[in-house]
Design a protein around this ligand. Structure first.
Ligand SMILES: *[C@@H]1O[C@H](CO)[C@@H](O)[C@H](O)[C@H]1NC(C)=O
Ligand SMILES: *[C@@H]1O[C@H](CO)[C@@H](O)[C@H](O)[C@H]1NC(C)=O
Ligand SMILES: *[C@@H]1O[C@H](CO)[C@@H](O)[C@H](O)[C@H]1NC(C)=O
Ligand SMILES: *[C@@H]1O[C@H](CO)[C@@H](O)[C@H](O)[C@H]1NC(C)=O
Length: 685
């Protein structure tokens, strides 16, 4: 009631009180009476929403923590004790002593940077609506900063050095009266028991404790700091000897202001005690809510929770694609290799090497497509050696082993007139044979396809002798008898010096092995097949000689053994016809332009006819053939051997019909039909 009368006096002085005012006054007085407790004394260890009046972005967290700012930039937050506090009983009196203590913490987004600070404020209102954040700390604005009429006293904990307000550093505590130019400031910290000053980093993320006391008698304000668990140091950090009475209205509000600048920072208050006319209660640090962990860790945590899944996904994707790549690559380059093949080690090529050598079996490197598959040019990356890779598709696994054994043994054949087989590689349904590359391709191309660069007689005769030598080697000079089975112009390959090399030998064996012995089975090329070969399906050296005969006639006449378009044309008949009329030179290839050695041509023609003898026993052997060609022994008279046009023609036609029959009875396998279709290209290069 004392207070009530005081207030009555006060109000009377300031207002000319009307009856209405008096009534109003009487209604609200009980409230004020309760609020203006003469000696307010409170303590909050953690806050409830009813404890404080919040302004700006301040909020109370569920754990009781007061967040004055929450990390949003360029914002202020305020929290005031809701009730007015009487600091003096009349305007001309001295301010009463008071004391306060609080625990705060500043959590910067970046460990070494912060955005301004937090202040304890004594203000005429429980808000500072016109104040600005940033360097104004949420206390003033540019026009009222320093105005005597502000009636604001603040203790600032500033983390930025604002030179316009003469801040001493970026980690200081200061006492501000009506403006931000602190009347007294000092680095944040405390004096230890030994009297030495200890710095405290405001933005360390640790909670700090503050004691502020104003002694109305001594006219002295002390600010003391310490870490959260500390007792109050005996020496204050700041001690200001100044009568604050003139800056304090009789009724004032106490609270906190905080503001952020351009760097995201959060300011927290954990607990607060206040007492007029006495010492504020000591805050029990163990009852306080916990400060959030410093952002560095939070950021790291966020970073981990946000980035880790992506990293994991990325790693997983990388692993999966690596595995897929590996598996696909593995599948792509998969080969078949069995124990028995290990003996052939050196002859075996890696599919991968062949794949890269031929640039993935690129169409551009396709040299030809023949009876047994495609032939690609390649360059071995290891040795830079030119190779020809023949891809043979095979369905039957049965004969594979024998065939590979044979291939390998063939690989041991060495003759300057044989295309060198370098090795092989085996895959599912696919066999790859690797040969020396022959830069001038197959003979048939030179004979038929490129009239501009046809071979002259001397070159042709050399080719003939070369092929004969190669065939002789196969038949007689190697440890086993090897039957070529497919002697023809397209299987004769020419190297860069036009040396003839016989290719593709033994390949037809692949289709011999493992097939039904009851089937009449012939591999070869029509027109080069001996009649008995077509009949019995049995290849002998003599059947090779027959083919060689057809080859001789072909080279000399520049015509295929059997007309490609016209199956009625049979070269042997045709030449025999000329021969029997004594007009053998009419059969010579016109591309030679009449330039040839007549003796040699005649000998080759006759030898061709001799080799084409229906009777296999009447044919010369390859050794004899070579001797004839070398001129070591003279050629026997053909008529004396009893060859007649009829016999030749008949035999040939019969052979051809047998061949056609067996073909049409579809007992032939794939190799046969491809031989029929594209025999002229099946050169192994
Ligand atoms: C901070 O508080 C303000 C107002 O309460 C809100 O709009 C903002 O989203 C908060 N920011 C953060 C980072 O929590
Ligand atoms: C307060 O002091 C001023 C001068 O400082 C004086 O003019 C005024 O009358 C005083 N008021 C009271 C109520 O004592
Ligand atoms: C600054 O604050 C004062 C009140 O303290 C107000 O009257 C003034 O308009 C404000 N100025 C600006 C620029 O906001
Ligand atoms: C305390 O901080 C001030 C500057 O803020 C510095 O000069 C001083 O060396 C520091 N003292 C200690 C003990 O770290």
């Amino acid at each position: 009631m004392l207070l009530l009368s005081q207030r009555m006096k006060l109000l009377k002085k300031h207002n000319k009180m009307s009856l209405l005012n008096l009534l109003l006054f009487l209604v609200i007085t009980p409230l004020l009476c309760h609020a203006t407790n003469p000696n307010p004394d409170f303590i909050f260890t953690g806050f409830r929403s009813t404890d404080l009046t919040l302004k700006g972005i301040a909020e109370i967290k569920p754990n009781g923590l007061l967040a004055l700012t929450n990390g949003t930039r360029q914002k202020s937050g305020y929290a005031f004790y809701p009730n007015p506090i009487t600091f003096k009983n009349s305007p001309n009196e001295s301010a009463i002593s008071f004391s306060t203590s609080f625990v705060f913490g500043i959590i910067p987004e970046y460990p070494t940077l912060s955005g301004h600070g937090i202040s304890f404020v004594i203000a005429p209102q429980p808000s500072l609506p016109n104040a600005l954040p940033s360097q104004y700390l949420g206390l003033f604005n540019e026009s009222n900063n320093g105005n005597i009429t502000n009636q604001i006293i603040a203790v600032e904990f500033d983390t930025i050095q604002s030179t316009e307000f003469n801040d001493i550093n970026d980690n200081h505590v200061g006492i501000d009266i009506n403006g931000l130019d602190s009347v007294l400031s000092y680095p944040a910290g405390y004096y230890g028991n030994d009297g030495r000053f200890q710095n405290l980093s405001l933005i360390s993320g640790n909670a700090m404790r503050v004691w502020i006391e104003y002694d109305g008698g001594k006219k002295q304000m002390n600010v003391t700091m310490g870490s959260i668990r500390m007792r109050k140091p005996s020496l204050p950090t700041l001690s200001l000897d100044k009568d604050l009475s003139q800056y304090i209205n009789p009724i004032m509000y106490v609270g906190f202001a905080s503001s952020t600048g351009s760097v995201s920072t959060s300011h927290y208050l954990l607990g607060w005690s206040f007492k007029m006319n006495g010492e504020a209660k000591e805050i029990d640090s163990f009852k306080l809510p916990k400060l959030p962990r410093i952002n560095r860790q939070e950021k790291m945590f966020n970073y981990l929770t946000m980035v880790l899944p992506f990293v994991l996904m990325f790693v997983l994707a990388a692993v999966i694609s690596a595995v897929v790549y590996y598996v696909r690559r593995k599948r792509k380059f998969a080969e078949e290799i069995e124990d028995w093949e290990l003996d052939y080690g050196p002859h075996r090529f890696k599919y991968k090497d062949l794949y890269f050598a031929t640039k993935g079996f690129n169409e551009k490197g396709l040299l030809g497509t023949g009876g047994f598959g495609q032939v690609y040019k390649g360059v071995l990356s290891s040795s830079k050696m030119d190779i020809a890779v023949k891809r043979v598709s095979h369905q039957s696994r049965q004969g594979m082993r024998e065939f590979v054994a044979e291939i390998v043994s063939i690989g041991r054949l060495r003759h300057r007139n044989l295309v060198q087989l370098l090795g092989y590689c085996r895959r599912k349904n696919e066999l790859l044979l690797v040969y020396d590359y022959m830069s001038n391709g197959s003979l048939d191309k030179l004979l038929y396809d490129e009239p501009g660069c046809t071979l002259n007689w001397r070159q042709r005769f050399r080719v003939i002798k070369g092929v004969a030598a190669g065939l002789l080697y196969l038949h007689e000079e190697w440890e086993q008898v090897v039957i070529h089975r497919d002697v023809k112009a397209s299987n004769v390959l020419l190297d860069s010096e036009l040396n003839a090399k016989l290719g593709d030998f033994g390949l037809s064996r692949l289709y011999d092995h493992g097939t039904d012995p009851r089937t009449t089975h012939v591999v070869g090329t029509i027109g080069y097949l001996a009649p008995e070969h077509t009949r019995t399906g049995k290849a002998t050296p003599a059947t090779d000689v027959y083919s060689f005969g057809a080859f001789l006639l072909e080279v000399a006449s520049g015509k295929r053994p059997i007309g490609l378009k016209d199956n009625e044309f049979i070269l042997v008949d045709w030449i025999f016809c000329f021969w029997s009329k004594g007009l053998i030179f009419n059969a010579v290839d016109p591309n030679l332009g009449g330039v040839f050695d007549a003796q040699e041509v005649e000998m080759v023609m006759k030898l061709g006819l001799l080799c084409s003898n229906t009777n296999q026993y009447s044919r010369p052997t390859m050794r004899q053939v070579v001797q004839f060609l070398e001129g070591d022994i003279p050629l026997p008279d053909i008529s004396s051997l009893g060859i007649s046009a009829e016999a030749l023609s008949f035999a040939h036609k019969q052979g051809f019909e047998d061949f056609s029959m067996s073909y049409s009875s579809s007992l032939m396998n794939k190799a046969f039909s491809t031989s029929m279709a594209g025999s002229h290209l099946s050169g192994g290069r």
